[in-house]
Design a protein around this ligand. Structure first.
Ligand SMILES: [Zn+2]
Length: 54
């Protein structure tokens, strides 16, 4: 499972991740050179972080 989040919603994303997966969340910052157009799961901002379990 992976969740994308902006700066504003990262705490919410981490909470949701733990609640849904019961796994320890690993926070990865999305680097600009990846040029991702992925949006935050909670708003329309471009995602800054990727939360995953590995
Ligand atoms: Zn957001």
């Amino acid at each position: 499972m992976e969740k994308y989040s902006c700066e504003t919603h990262i705490n919410q994303a981490l909470d949701m991740f733990v609640a849904e997966t019961k796994e320890f969340p690993i926070l990865n910052k999305i680097t600009e050179d990846k040029e991702l157009s992925t949006k935050c799961s909670y708003c329309e901002e471009q995602a800054t972080y990727l939360v995953s379990s590995k």
